[in-house]
Design a protein around this ligand. Structure first.
Ligand SMILES: [Zn+2]
Length: 438
């Protein structure tokens, strides 16, 4: 949730964007400068399977988001985003929780001081980032139902770039609920992507070699926890995941990462990847936070079997909301926190998961601080539900703790923890190789 860097931005003295923001106060129902607005691109659906079409300079540098403003008025809340190049974007709404999703081709966000909503308008909070490779997304959390205007694109003027204007008008709950939902072509694209992944998975697995799926948590517009030293969970776990992949490949494991860049991957997709690859082990990497800044140390989670202490339940809630954060449609999916029915086969998988968790903890003792109280925990984590893939989720440490955050930010710590986890994987699979001592 954190990591958006939403510093309170002083309202600008006067600039073209400020003027745009003010225009609807003089003419409340007229879109700004409507007569010479060239484009309202969102209504043109992109070709099937393509999502929002790339900007005019695909293949070169992505358009840059230079600034953003939120104008909160009596009749509407207005978003203005300034870009270096025009982009095709489109919006749609999702209910429960109520969100506006703004999709666009991949852009580079350079917002030094993103504007913070006051809480009085329709916008509760918002976040932005890469959704998938080639696509960026902004997700706006709503405090009330709204209708969204077609995005308007203003041409550059007065030294400012292209500006995209999106208005949110308060509306009735029933109207909002009727309009909310994923566009049909996006749903089709997801299905195509799933089919493609299924085909890839048909590839015969190399005989005799264990398959490990490394799952760096969060990514893209889901930053995860924001560290006291501004280290973002999504960046930390990607760096650690890449190191772990390298260490395991050097030991001849077949390694697959659920993401190897700063992109968002929905939780069910992470599970699907591990299952399709018939992974022997899935290691999900995260970092935790706690209101108590003194709480520190690494812990490892496995799937619970119904029993869950309060802390574990709170953690599951935090980690499971990734898809909501990123504006993924959950309406047709099972709730990720629905009670999990565990059969005998899954019981065996859970036993293997627990065995690896214990092995990893025993290896990691002395290498990094371990959570003082019961470092092996169980929780209803959506990313651990594969019934046939032993899965663990490692919370590498607490980004809310100064010393944890500082050491997790060092290459030396990351190297030694990756090596130690790789040693634990060796031990788990009965590999008698010496491994590199931590
Ligand atoms: Zn996390």
């Amino acid at each position: 949730m954190a990591g958006l860097g939403l510093a309170a931005a002083a309202q600008p003295a006067d600039d073209p964007i400020a003027r745009v923001l003010r225009q609807d106060q003089t003419a409340p129902n007229a879109p700004p400068s409507a007569t010479h607005l060239p484009v309202a691109p969102a209504k043109t659906p992109p070709p099937k399977g393509a999502g929002p079409s790339p900007g005019g300079n695909a293949g070169t540098n992505p358009p840059v988001v230079l600034s953003a403003r939120i104008g909160e008025h009596d009749d509407r809340t207005r978003f203005v985003i300034e870009l270096s190049d025009p982009v095709n974007l489109r919006t749609f709404t999702l209910a429960n929780p109520d969100r506006v999703v703004v999709d666009m081709p991949e852009v580079s966000w350079r917002l030094s001081a993103p504007p913070r909503p006051s809480g009085l308008g329709s916008v509760k909070s918002y976040r932005y980032g890469v959704f998938r490779k080639g696509y960026s997304r902004m997700v706006i959390d709503l405090s009330r139902p709204v209708t969204v205007s077609d995005p308007l694109v203003l041409p550059p003027s007065n030294g400012f770039g292209y500006r995209v204007v999106i208005d949110l008008f308060p509306t009735q709950r029933t109207k909002f609920n009727t309009e909310a939902g994923w566009p049909a072509d996006l749903k089709a694209r997801e299905t195509d992507a799933e089919r493609l992944r299924a085909m890839i998975a048909e590839a015969p697995r190399p005989s005799g070699r264990k398959v490990i799926v490394i799952d760096p948590g969060h990514g893209g517009l889901d930053s995860g926890t924001n560290g006291v030293n501004d280290l973002l969970e999504k960046d930390l776990v990607l760096a650690e995941g890449l190191k772990l992949a390298k260490a395991l490949r050097a030991r001849d494991y077949v390694v697959h990462l659920t993401r190897d860049s700063d992109a968002f991957v929905p939780l069910p997709e992470r599970v699907a990847i591990a299952r399709k690859l018939k992974a022997d082990l899935m290691i999900s990497l995260h970092a935790d936070s706690n209101p108590d800044p003194d709480v520190n140390g690494l812990s490892i989670y496995t799937l619970n079997d119904g029993r869950s202490d309060r802390e574990a339940a709170a953690l599951a809630k935090r980690e499971n909301q990734s898809d909501i954060i990123a504006g993924v449609d959950l309406s047709n999916a099972n709730s990720p926190v629905a009670p999990i029915l565990i059969d005998l086969a899954q019981r065996d998988t859970m036993n293997r998961s627990s065995r690896f968790a214990e092995t990893a903890l025993s290896h990691l003792h002395g290498v990094t601080d371990i959570l003082a109280r019961s470092p092996h925990r169980a929780a209803s984590l959506a990313v651990l539900v594969a019934p046939d893939v032993p899965s663990v989720l490692i919370e590498l440490g607490y980004l809310s703790n100064r010393s944890d955050a500082a050491q997790m930010n060092t290459d030396a710590w990351r190297e030694k923890v990756a090596r130690t986890i790789a040693n634990a994987v060796d031990r788990h699979f009965g590999v008698t190789s010496a491994g590199t001592p931590p």
